[in-house]
Design a binder for this molecule. Structure first.
Ligand code: ACO
Length: 324
């Protein structure tokens, strides 16, 4: 029976490291505050590569690891809240740079839940078509959206990209066992970046976009309540018990949020791998980066059951239960 399989995973970060110490010279903050409130020690910041450039590094690795040509890809989805431009989509730019000429390509905008939404969309599109292969990438250059004078957001985010290649194979078990996707548009104003201004464009063109703004405490409360609910809902839909989940790969926004969620689910913290200390919050890139790292480290094996769960702008939340 034909089912989907993840045939490669990859990630990339720009080379330039910015430590908490460096930020504490630029603004009124400290390594101690950032570490104890968030778990972040450093982040990678792009100096000259845009979002599609980071995605391209990942796309090339995905193809070479799976030993397939760009011409074999049917679908490319990039999840991002920091695209190169309003148009063309980052996925279209990536498609062109890869030379994946037959692939249909588009972006998904769901902030830090973007990769979960994108993976679901790719799975559904492959299952309902004769397409064979999809590339799903989360890529962000959040540093270009930040107000570097606002310590309440500037210290939290970083740049990077990660992704997976999905292909139809003869498999008895489906890749995605269950999903739970949620959007809370009434809380849309809790995380905002890149708002446009209407009415000031004629006759004089004003093209400035608003920088990143977040109601940190409210998002914290949202995440610690809604993410466990979403995970439980997906686990129930998969007809599993929580202790059958081998690893929980959560969006890397804050170490304390991850610890709270582990506690609420009554699951041991060693089932929750983290890289927030090294990367900071990379929004849609956070989960595929972590996924590819734990696979590269040999932590996750074929047959393991993984809960991938994200939350963020929208507000939004989502969980996928997958059998790797
Ligand atoms: N350095 C030093 N002090 C700071 C800093 C900083 N970088 N930032 C804020 N402070 C100060 C505040 O001004 C405040 O001071 P006051 O008490 O004198 O008013 C104090 O620290 C406490 O501020 P809080 O905002 O209440 O701090 P909190 O403990 O809530 O931590 C944080 C803030 C880390 C942002 C936390 O609320 C959080 O993680 N929220 C969730 C964010 C998140 O998960 N986002 C994910 C989605 S992002 C997306 O979708 C793209």
């Amino acid at each position: 029976m034909q089912n989907l399989k993840i045939i490669s995973t990859a990630s990339y970060h720009p080379p330039y490291v910015v430590t908490n110490q460096q930020l504490s010279i630029m603004m009124d903050t400290s390594d101690e505050w950032i570490r104890t409130r968030t778990g972040i020690r450093q982040r990678y910041i792009s100096k000259n590569e845009n979002t599609s450039d980071l995605a391209l590094h990942v796309g090339k690795q995905l193809l070479s690891q799976a030993n397939i040509q760009a011409s074999a890809i049917d679908l490319i989805i990039v999840a991002t809240m920091s695209p190169d431009a309003y148009t063309p989509s980052t996925a279209a730019i990536l498609q062109g740079k890869l030379g994946a000429d037959k692939a249909v390509a588009f972006d998904i905008s769901a902030a830090c839940t973007g990769f979960i939404y994108a993976l679901n969309t790719a799975e559904m599109m492959l299952k309902s078509s004769n397409w064979q292969t999809a590339m799903v990438i989360g890529a962000e250059v959040l540093s270009k959206l930040l107000d570097w004078n606002d310590r309440s957001t500037a210290v939290l985010f970083g740049d990077g990209a990660g992704g997976v290649l999905l292909q139809k194979r003869e498999e008895t078990v489906p890749l995605i066992l269950a999903r739970d996707l949620r959007t809370y548009g009434k809380m849309a104003d809790k995380i905002v970046a890149g708002s446009t201004i209407v009415g000031k464009t004629f006759p004089k063109q004003v093209t400035s976009l608003s920088p990143f703004k977040m109601s940190g405490r409210e998002v914290y409360r949202f995440a610690t309540h809604e993410v466990p609910t979403s995970i439980m809902s997906a686990v129930n839909k998969a007809h599993l018990q929580l202790n059958k989940i081998d690893y929980f790969l959560l969006h890397q926004a804050n170490q304390r949020i991850i610890e709270q969620i582990a506690k609420r689910l009554d699951q041991p913290l060693n089932k929750f791998p983290v890289n927030i200390n090294e990367y900071g919050n990379t929004a849609a890139a956070s989960e595929p980066i972590l996924f590819s790292q734990v696979i590269a480290k040999g932590l996750i094996h074929p047959g393991n059951i993984i809960a991938l769960s994200g939350f963020g702008g929208g507000l939004s939340a989502g969980t996928i239960i997958l059998k790797y």
